[in-house]
Design a protein around this ligand. Structure first.
Ligand SMILES: CC(C)(COP(=O)(O)OP(=O)(O)OC[C@H]1O[C@@H](n2cnc3c(N)ncnc32)[C@H](O)[C@@H]1OP(=O)(O)O)[C@@H](O)C(=O)NCCC(=O)NCCS
Length: 178
């Protein structure tokens, strides 16, 4: 796929990148490198023919296993079962968060966004991953809810917080392990 860890100087045509969302465009151009340097996020670029097709920015996360509502409990049921009777003595399941995801407007609707998420899921599910993370989470824009649902993400909560423009979603990474 040609995914590359962000090196701003090496990525051509960064200024031309637009996904139609100003915040996500600005993050890539102005903030991603500082987040990388300050160890707040790792940004990965998908480049094709010198063009930035999309990017994804990843951070560590966790899901607390106490006070789960029914949707969240169902989302993580399988990993609880697989880990044994009382696996969650720490009260949390390690996760990695898709903090930002954007596809160049020129390439939308061609399967690139799904491919990028699946690629990242496989990367974090791999046995070579340097840390444990069983779940992938995302605070999905409401406008992108169906996109994530098609990939198998499920909402973490039954009810949305009033006024919220995002919905926390989760997927079990085990299904991406080969
Ligand atoms: C959301 C985004 C990443 C999707 O990328 P994409 O490459 O266009 O998506 P894909 O072509 O892989 O789409 C896969 C499926 O999801 C659907 N889909 C894609 N975007 C969707 C959306 N916003 N709402 C509903 N369904 C969507 C597609 O129709 C497709 O369905 P199909 O398999 O039945 O044909 C991209 O549109 C984007 O960058 N949007 C602006 C930024 C954004 O919203 N980022 C997400 C932040 S949480």
């Amino acid at each position: 796929m040609g995914l590359r860890l962000l090196r701003l100087g090496d990525v051509p045509a960064l200024a031309e990148f637009t996904c139609g969302d100003v915040d996500l465009d600005e993050f890539l151009r102005e903030d991603a490198w500082a987040y990388h340097e300050e160890m707040f996020a790792q940004t990965w670029i998908w480049e094709e023919d010198q063009l930035v097709v999309g990017y994804v920015s990843m951070v560590n996360d966790r899901i607390a296993t106490d006070n789960l509502d029914s949707t969240k409990r169902d989302s993580i049921r399988l990993c609880r079962e697989e880990l044994g009777k009382n696996p969650m003595s720490s009260g949390q399941i390690p996760a990695v968060k898709l903090a930002r995801l954007a596809i160049n407007s020129r390439f939308k609707g061609q399967g690139r966004g799904s491919a990028l998420v699946v690629e990242m899921a496989a990367l974090f599910a791999s046995r070579e991953n340097r840390t444990g993370c069983r779940l992938m989470t995302v605070d999905a824009y409401l406008s992108a809810l169906a996109f994530y649902e098609k990939l198998g993400f499920r909402p973490q909560a039954v009810k949305l917080k009033p006024g919220s423009e995002t919905i926390p979603m989760v997927i079990d990474l085990k299904r991406f392990r080969t």
